[in-house]
Structure formats: C-alpha cells, structure tokens
Design a protein around this ligand. Structure first.
Ligand code: SF4
Length: 300
C-alpha cells in the first residue's frame, strides 16, 4: 500500500523550457514510481532498490493545484504543464485513486495546456478530459504561432520488445501493450509521439532494433520522436548504475565488461558513441520522415 502525504506545493515552475518537452511547469502526483525502471534518473537511496516500497500519494494535490493555477491564470502565466517529470502519472495505483484524473479536471478548469508523458495504457481512460483540454486551453503567448495543439501525449520506450521491457522496466505496462495504446491515442486524433529515453547501448540501439522501432512508429503515424542515449548515476545498491550493471551481467553477460568500462568514471556514454548516436538518429528521423520536436518542421 502506498503511503499518503500532504504536499506543500504541487506545481513547479521550470527555470527554462526543455526543447523537447516544452515544460513551463511540471506536476508530479506521486512521490517515487512503482514502474521501477532500472535506468531511472530519480533513483537513489531516497527511494530504495524497489521504488514501489517508497511510493507516496500526494493526497492534497488537486486542492493545491487549484489554488496555484488560479493564481497563475490570474496573472496570465499560461504555460505547458508536463505530467510528469519524476514519476509516471498512470501508475497502477492511479487506477483506483484517480489522482491524475482529478488533476486533469483542475487543469481543464483553468485552461492550461498539458503534455502527458507515460509508460502506461491507463491514459486511455482520460482521453475525454484531454479532448476537453485541447478544446479550451490557452497556449503561452510565445508558443501561439508555433504550436497548433494544446495537448501532447508522449509514450516512453526503451524497447518495443516485451522481454527486454521486463528486464529493465519491470513495473511498466509491457511495450507491446503500450504500442496499442499509442495507436488508439493517434486514432483518436491526439498529437502523440514517442520518447526513446534511453535507448540501451548494444541491446536496444542495434541497427536491426532501430529499424524495427522506427518502422513501427512510422507505420503508427507518430507525430514526433525524441531519442536519447543512456545516462547512469551512483554506485549505491539503489542507484541506476548499479542496477543496470547487475541486469546486464544477468541477461547480457557478454556486454558486462563493456558496460563496466563505459560507466566506470562517467555518467554518460563516451563522446564517440554519442556522436555516432546523434548521426544515426538524424539519419533515421529523416529517412522515416519523423519530427524530433513538438514544434513541427524542426529536426535534430
Ligand atoms: S516510469 Fe519514468 S519515473 Fe517511473 S521509474 Fe520509469 S523512468 Fe522512472
């Protein structure tokens, strides 16, 4: 059972907008994340090895958000709200608690645009509210001539293979089921795409895998795709570097030395890999005619 907590604040104003996510604000209904992805950047001793154990529900989130958004709207500080940046808004617990749903109701009331980022198919439940937000939301002034839409739904993948998903994202909706949800969201007319963050070196970033993934996303008609390579942090038992290394040793022993060497004193892959990665992504995005931005017609 997740704990219940009272949050002091719920809407965070970002210092600057991320060029991919266009986040003016971030909103996290839960503390921790039961999807438990091994590579997750929020990992560390605060959340423990199984983040599920430390999961907490911010009980007063809707009430706080109502107050904070009323104030922002009064000052005409409209901006895109990213839901979420440090948890998934559609965790298993959301099915009964419906906290994210209540936050979307508040967002609709105050007419803010929203960018949902998830690894779950539960977002399908809330398409009614998201459609209503699309109809009434107010974009920030500087994005009004750049964006045509007010709701963005991004599905996050490190793989589209269920087996690999089980190894590295044990609590999330299996990737194939996620793909079906993505199809439904696109069929329903939403501006929806994919975040490939992170692709796993020599596991999910192989030439064959990339072709398969890009062809799948192209066939589905995704509107955009954000690719990024792996970053890992920390050496404690609950840190992403330790957890990914352990999973590689277990499932891909032939890659264990490589991973150890890549991340021995670094958090990111070596420069030569990153350059090759960028070039490959650029080539694939162009060949499959996919955007790499929520703002149309801009490539990597
Ligand atoms: S879904 Fe996102 S926040 Fe949750 S564990 Fe995975 S990467 Fe972390």
């Amino acid at each position: 059972m997740p704990q219940s907590i009272q949050a002091k604040t719920i809407l965070n104003k970002t210092r600057r907008r991320d060029p991919w996510f266009l986040d003016d604000y971030t909103l996290n209904p839960y503390s921790g994340c039961s999807f438990n992805c091994l590579y997750c950047y929020i990992r560390g001793s605060k959340y423990g090895e199984h983040m599920e154990d430390k999961l907490a529900v911010k009980e007063n989130a809707a009430e706080l958000l109502d107050r904070q958004l009323a104030l922002r709207a009064r000052k005409n500080q409209y901006g895109i709200i990213v839901l979420s940046s440090a948890t998934d808004p559609y965790l298993q617990v959301e099915k009964d608690r419906m906290l994210t749903r209540s936050l979307l109701e508040v967002i609709l009331k105050h007419r803010f645009p929203v960018h949902v980022i998830t690894k779950s198919d539960l977002v399908l439940r809330d398409l009614d509210l998201l459609r209503a937000i699309e109809a009434v939301a107010q974009l920030p002034a500087d994005l009004q001539d750049k964006l045509q839409r007010k709701v963005f739904i991004t599905f996050s993948f490190s793989t589209i293979d269920d087996q690999v998903g089980k190894q590295f994202e044990p609590g999330a909706t299996p990737p194939q089921q996620r793909l079906q949800a993505l199809r439904q969201v696109l069929d329903a007319g939403f501006h929806s795409g994919v975040s490939l963050m992170p692709l796993l070196p020599y596991i999910t970033d192989t030439a064959d895998n990339l072709e398969k993934m890009f062809a799948t996303f192209r066939e589905l008609g995704v509107r955009y795709l954000f690719p990024a390579s792996l970053t890992l942090f920390g050496n404690g038992p609950a840190d992403s570097r330790s957890l990914v290394q352990r999973a590689v040793e277990r499932h891909y022993p032939q890659l264990a030395d490589k991973y150890r060497a890549f991340f021995a004193g670094n958090t990111a892959m070596p420069a030569y890999y990153q350059e090759a990665f960028r070039n490959k992504m650029k080539e694939l995005l162009n060949r499959y005619q996919l955007e790499s931005s929520l703002i149309p017609s801009r490539q990597l």
